[in-house]
Design a protein around this ligand. Sequence first.
Ligand SMILES: [Zn+2]
Length: 365
Amino acid sequence: MKIKNVVEYLESIAPKSLQESYDNAGLIVGDKEVEVTGILIALDTIEAVLDEAMEKGCNLVVAHHPIVFGGLKSFTGKNYVERVVLKAIKNDIAIYAAHTNLDNVYRNGVNGKIAEKIGLTQTKILSPKKGLLKKLSVFVPIEATEAVKNALFEAGAGSIGNYSECSFRTEGVGSFKGDEASNPTVGEVGAQHEEKENKLEVVFPAYLQGQIVRNLFRVHPYEEVAYDIYTLDNVHQEIGSGLVGELKEPMETMAFLKMLKKNMKADGIRYTALCKKEIKRVALCGGAGSFLLKNALAAQADIFITGDYKYHQFFDAENRIIIADIGHYESEQFTIELFYELLTQKFRNFAIRCTEINTNPINYL
Ligand SMILES: [Zn+2]
C-alpha cells in the first residue's frame, strides 16, 4: 500500500476541495508513491509525535491540524513548525492532514463524532454551504438513456440527503446537422437530422464533476455530447460547519454539563448563565466555532458547545442560549478515534496506531 492509497481513500470521505480558504489540508510532507510501513494518527504533528512514529515504525502521520498553514520561507529549525518539517524530511516520514475538509462533511466528520459522544440524534449541518451543488442536463437518444443515467449514478451524481439515484427526464426532439468532418452516430453528413431524445437531469457536488463528465463521455453514443452544467444556489445539506441535533430525552442543564465534561474528557467547561432549565436541542462545532453562534440561535438550540471562545464573545449569549467552551483540543480529540475507525475499516490487518501523546499545549491547574 502506497501513501497515495491512504490519501485517496481519506479524500473520498473528506474531499480536499471542501477545506476553507485559509486551510492547508492534504499531503504536506512526503512522496505519495512511497510504500507505507505504518500509520500513526494524531491531532497535531509535533516533534514528539514524529519521534513516536519512528519508534513505532510508522512512516506516515495522519493528523487533523496541518503543521504548515502559510508558506515557509526558511528551514533553519528556528521554530517548531520548521523543526517538524525538517525532521520529517530527514527521516522519510510523510505528514498528511485532513482538517476543515473533515470538519465540513456530515458523514464521518469531526462534528458527527462529537454528536455521537454526547448522544445526539436527528443531527444536521448547522451552517450548510452554498455554491457546492451543480446540475447536469444532457440530451440522450432514448435507447441510451438507461446506460447514461447509470453511468452518472456510478460516478456519484443524483444523491440528495438520504436518497440516491435521483434524476428527472423529459422526452423531446433534438435536431443537428454534421459538417464534412463529422461522423454522426445517427443521420447523414450534411443533412439536418431529427432524433427523439431524453433530456436527463441530475444534481451532483462540484468536486465530482471531472469523474461525472468522464463517465458521461464514455457511455454517451454521440460524437458530440450536448450537455449543460450549471451551479445551483441550493445549500448542500451534507456539507458545512457545525452540527445541530437533539437529545433523546431532555436533561436538566447542570446534569447535561456534567455529562458533557465526562464524555468529552474535558478538564473544565467555561459556560454562560444557565438561562435554560433543561437541554434538549444542542448545537456544536469542534475547534474554534464562535462564528456559528447566530446559526445556533437560528436553529433554536438550548446550548452551543465549541472551543476557543473569547471573553467578550461570551456576552453574546444574552440569556438566549448557553455557550459552553470545552476547549479546542478537548472538542476535537476524538477525531483520532474517527481516523482510526475509518482507516482500519478500509485497510484491515495493517499497522495503524493512535498517538499516546497528549498534544494539547494547554494545561489546567
Ligand atoms: Zn482544531
